[in-house]
Structure formats: C-alpha cells, structure tokens
Design a protein around this ligand. Structure first.
Ligand code: GCW
Length: 641
C-alpha cells in the first residue's frame, strides 16, 4: 500500500490525543482496536491516573456512548465495543476541545441501527461496466486478478475510515450479480471470510449481494421458485455454510426482477415470496435481507403515456406491506427514478408502515458529475431524510425508517480513494448523516482532513462545496425533469439521449412545452401516490415547488414560475449562471497554492478543467436545444449557439 491519502484520519488529527494519558477499560475485539488506535496516535496507554478514560460497560445500546469531562478528566462510557470505538473517534473530532474545561455528560446514539455501504464491485472487470459499476475511482479495493486480493491492507484502512464515521455494514459486491460474482456465495467463501475478518475489528459486518437464481447457477437446480422446498433447502444449506465461515455475517442484498436480474416473477411469485425465502434461511443466524425496491419496466415504449417509471416501485411494493418477514429490509431509492440531482422523495417511504424500510442513497456520483465535477450531496440527502411525507406535523422520513440507511460507495483503488479529493466529503457526510440526519458534517470533514487549515483554505473549501449541488443542477437538466445524459455511461449532455428509448426516462419536450404530466387529473397519477398534503401540493402547478415543476407537470415554455421567471428564461439563466459559478470556482483554485496540500490542489485543479469544459457543453447543448424547440430568444440576448 503506497501513498494512499489518509482522508479524514491523518496523523495530525490525533495530535491532541497523542499528548494525553489514556486508560481503556474493556475487553474484546473492539476494545483491542481502541487500544491500538491510542497507541498508534502516540498517546500513553495507562492503567492508573489518566487524562482520558474510555470505559466499556455492557448495556444501554452497544453503539451508544456518553462523553463528559470533570476535574480534568475526559470520560467516554460506552454500552459496548462499537460505542467505545465511536466514542474514541468522537474525541478525535473534538480535538483540543475534548480536553478543555468541564463538559456536561452528553449521550450519543445512532439514529439508525443499520448504516450500510453497498459496493457495486465486480470480481472480474466487466466488459461494459468495468470493475466497479458506476465507479469513478479506479478498480476495486477488494478484488484483483479475478479474485479477492491477497493484500487487504487497503480494506483495513477503509474499514478504519468507515468506523470513524459510524458505518457498520458493508456489502462487498455489485447488486448486478454476474456469473463470476455469484460464486462469492459458495466457492469463494474462504476469501470472503478474509474480508470479513478485516472489517470485524472496526465493528463492520459483511453482506453479500446474491443472485436470486443461485440455486440454478450454483446448485444445479432447474428452478429458483421460492415456494419450492428444494430451493428453500438449498438456501438454508448455503446460508449455513456462509455462517460457518463468517459467524457475524450480515446478510444478503438482492436486486430481483430489475434490469434483467432474475427474480420471483419467473415463477409467478411476488417480491414478498422472494424476500421471505432468503429471510427464512438467514433468520437462524441473525442475518437480514436487503431487498431492493428498484423495480420497473425497462422495456417501455415512449409512445405509451400510461406507463410511468416513477410509479413502479410503489405499484410493486405498497400492496405487499405487511407480508415481509421481520428480517427483511426493503431498500428504497430516495427518489422514484434513479439518483438524479433533483427528484421528489419516493412515495414508497410513506406507504409501507408495516415493513422495515431503508432508504438508499448514491454516494458514487453516477448522475452528479462522476467525481469529475464537484457535487457535495449532503444537502440533497438531508432534504430526503428530513422530508415530512405527512406534512409539517408528521414524522420525517428518517424517523420512520426501521431498516436504516444504505448507500452506494464512491471508493476505489485510487490514491485519493474517491478520484476527486473533494468527493471524500460525500462519503464522510453520508456516514455522519446516517448516524444523525440533522448533522452538518462539512466543517468536521474540513477540520479532520486538513488539520490546521487557514481560514482562507476553509473558506475556499466551503465556497467550492456548499453550493455545488445547486450549481450542478443549474447547468444540467432543469426543474426536476432529470436525465438528458448520454445513454449508457451517463456522463455529459444529450437532451434526447433517452427520449425514445425503452428506459422510461422522458422529458416530452416539443415546440410548445416540456415536462411530464404526473398529475392524477390528466397525467400518470403518480402525484396521487403521496399522502396529503403532498399529493395536493404536487398536483397543482401553482403549488408545486419550482425545482420539481417539470417532474410533475408538462407546461408551456411561457409558464411563469413562483420565482417570477418563465420556464424558458429560467433554463437560459440557470445554465449561464451555473457555468459562471464554475468559472468562479476555477479562478479561486488558481489562487489556492499554499492553502492546501499540493497534491490535493493539483488533483482538484485537474478535475475543475474538465468540470468547466463539461459544464459549458451542458449549457450550450441545453440552451441551444430549447432555443431551437421554442423559438423564444433569451431576454438578455446572450450568445446561444
Ligand atoms: O442507476 C442504475 C445504474 C445501474 C445500477 C442500477 C441499480 C447496479 O445505472 O448501473 O445497477 O441503477 O441501482 O440497480
């Protein structure tokens, strides 16, 4: 392992701890990890008088901890090994502040018990998708040369980073399970167990994505019918073997009957039958099934206006509420489509009160600039987690989730982990929001990653990241309509790229207007999948928020937004403004020498060159397209090509 960036755990972040005497009271694997961290930091591990006491006392939630400071001693009392570790990292985040003055006891516990990262890593390099599907940071940290890596030191460093942000579950392979990867469940178990061994000291349990057709692919059966006793026996035995190799195995992740993956539909069964089959096999071992709700018809006909991809997850899953076993988590993408820069919150999240739901976020920036563009996603995730589907007085999405949160990782074998160094902030923020959906993690990330950064450096990072999602939105597809990306790889503009394809991702622009009518009155009825008040809010053009207008309504270009601008003028203005903003950020980084480490500055500058090129391409293609369609000139007479 050479020259891997320390991300948010550089040695300097441990300097305040290094100067202290630390007593660790507790037994077990994770207490051992905590002692290792203390020693690694250069602090003195003592058994007597100490400046810091970290104590593990069983009970009261193994992940929770209480921090206090009295009479010159900082204490962390944890309910278990994980809490001890999280408490230690909390001290690291506090820095010197952890050792100053008195501190009233403060209890910290995660908002969600399941805080998961999903890797879309393949063992082999897939001919189209590469090794990491939708990965923008190089190859896999888990696999090389067609098998699990011999040297897993990079995985150990990753696990340490994840523990510092509270992640406790990692699924190590792609939900599109190809032939080779299907065998992780069987032939490769000893190797998969080695990964689990590396994750375990950091409080992280390993999960596997499995093919629903495994009994056929691996077991020589002719069917994978969930109601077939032979199939059930096969899963029970296979799961037994997994558990024998990995005693704390977390469970399975399944993408079934989606984008060509096999599933229960082939046997006339539904998603509850499918999920419960695996749940039954896992239950004796304490495992869970993450069953994805990303199910839709990807063989649509654009001529057919009655089929709406946005409706699909709700139509498939809401009727099954109450039928899933207790150890099934139905994993729902945060929006009804697919990780666009702006989408409404999925109505499925409000439609299944008797099901354990998890929300799925995408840290890897598939549709948000592929880690060549800066796009800090925490504001979008906070919006989703904090959304109140039943109105102001109702609960937030985060409060209703009983299956926790999951997200697609953005990490690869790149020296900066994430390609774009600033994309590390997304991974950091995801972990912290999974722990506390109200957190605002950017300052923390800056302080840890760039210890001692001057105010000008901090300002530069804020300036670059704070508004970056809005900026990306400004120069790409407008007003919630989404897509307009190049088919396949999803990078760069192509307004009609998906317009006449089977994927169900249309904008329906013509000479008069644009947008998808998803109203109950005249459209696909999608707006009616929300409870009140949102069904009403979205149903009407007058109350639908501007940023989602084209998601819910087909309107003329002359339609006046709540902002006072017309739709067409909004398109022009935001596209010019978005590029101007990128130009401003580029100029700011031109002056960044000496503010941040040279390798970071160099890498960011390189990415910004591409971001600016790409943003201009977006601006010019989108503006030109709509000028030609509508014939309406820019009120400010700027050059539109
Ligand atoms: O967004 C789409 C991606 C696919 C991905 C799929 C999914 C893993 O383009 O690459 O497949 O979503 O979430 O299953």
């Amino acid at each position: 392992m050479t020259d891997v960036h320390p991300a948010w755990l550089p040695d300097a972040a441990f300097a305040p701890l290094a100067a202290r005497r630390v007593r660790v009271v507790g037994e077990g694997l994770l207490a051992g990890t905590v002692r290792g961290e203390v020693t690694r930091a250069g602090a003195r591990l003592v058994t007597g008088d100490a400046d810091v006491v970290l104590e593990q006392r069983e009970g009261d939630g193994p992940e929770a901890y209480e921090i206090a400071r009295r009479d010159g001693v900082t204490t962390v009392v944890a309910g278990g090994g994980p809490g001890l570790l999280y408490g230690l990292f909390h001290l690291v985040r506090l820095g010197e502040e952890a050792f100053a003055g008195d501190r009233a006891p403060e209890r910290h516990a995660p908002a969600h018990a399941l805080r998961m990262l999903d890797h879309w890593d393949n063992v082999d390099v897939h001919p189209v998708m590469g090794q990491v599907e939708r990965g923008y940071a190089g190859g896999s940290i888990f696999y090389a040369d067609g098998r699990v890596r011999e040297d897993l030191s990079r995985v150990a460093a990753y696990a340490r980073l994840l523990a510092a942000i509270g992640i406790n579950r990692v699924a190590v392979n792609n939900v599109n399970v190809h032939r080779r990867e299907a065998r992780l469940l069987t032939d490769d178990l000893p190797d998969v167990a080695r990964i689990a061994d590396v994750l375990r000291p950091w409080g992280i349990r390993l999960h596997l994505s499995v093919s629903f057709a495994s009994p056929v692919l691996l077991g020589g059966h002719t069917s994978a019918d969930p109601l077939d006793p032979d199939v059930q026996a096969w899963w029970a035995a296979a799961t037994e073997r997994v558990h024998a190799a990995i005693p704390d195995f977390g469970g399975y992740v399944v993408k079934a009957d989606s984008e060509g993956q096999p599933g229960p539909f082939a046997y006339g069964r539904d998603h509850a039958d499918g999920a419960n089959l695996l749940a039954r096999a896992l239950a004796p071992h304490g495992g869970v099934v993450h069953w994805r709700a990303f199910v839709y018809d990807h063989r649509q006909d654009w001529r057919d206006r009655t089929t709406d991809r946005a409706r699909a997850a709700y139509d498939h899953f809401a009727p099954l509420d109450g039928r899933f076993a207790d150890n099934v988590v139905v994993q729902v993408k945060h929006g009804p489509m697919d990780f666009q820069v702006r989408e409404p919150v999925s109505p499925v999240l409000a439609a299944m009160p008797r099901t354990r739901l998890a929300v799925e976020l995408q840290v890897t920036q598939e549709y948000t600039g592929q880690q060549r563009h800066v796009c800090y996603l925490a504001p979008a995730w906070r919006e989703a987690l904090g959304f109140r589907p039943w109105g102001e007085d109702g609960a937030t999405v985060s409060e209703t989730l009983r299956g926790g949160v999951a997200a697609v990782s953005n990490v690869g074998d790149d020296p900066f982990w994430t390609g774009h160094p600033l994309a590390q902030a997304n991974l950091y923020a995801y972990g912290r929001l999974a722990w506390d959906p109200d957190a605002d993690p950017l300052d923390e990330w800056v302080s840890l990653t760039f210890p001692g950064a001057a105010p000008a450096a901090r300002a530069l990072l804020h300036d670059t990241l704070d508004r970056s999602r809005r900026t990306y939105e400004d120069y790409t597809a407008p007003l919630g309509v989404g897509w307009m990306v190049r088919p396949g790889h999803h990078y760069g503009p192509d307004v009609d790229g998906y317009e006449y394809t089977p994927w169900g991702t249309y904008h329906f622009a013509d000479r008069d207007g644009i947008g998808v009518d998803r109203t109950v009155a005249t459209g696909t009825g999608y707006a009616g999948q929300y409870p009140r008040p949102w069904s009403d809010v979205y149903e009407s053009r007058d109350t639908c928020p501007d940023e989602l207008l084209l998601f819910f309504h087909h309107v003329p270009y002359s339609h006046v937004l709540a902002s006072g601008s017309t739709v067409i003028q909004h398109v022009y203005d935001t596209h010019f403004a978005g590029v101007a903003e990128v130009e401003r950020i580029v100029a700011a980084w031109d002056r960044a020498d000496g503010l941040l480490p040279a390798d970071v500055v160099a890498r960011v500058r390189g990415r910004l060159v591409e971001q600016l090129r790409s943003a201009r391409e977006w601006r010019d293609q989108v503006n030109t397209y709509f000028l030609r369609k509508s014939g309406v000139p820019d009120a400010r007479r700027r050059t539109i090509h």
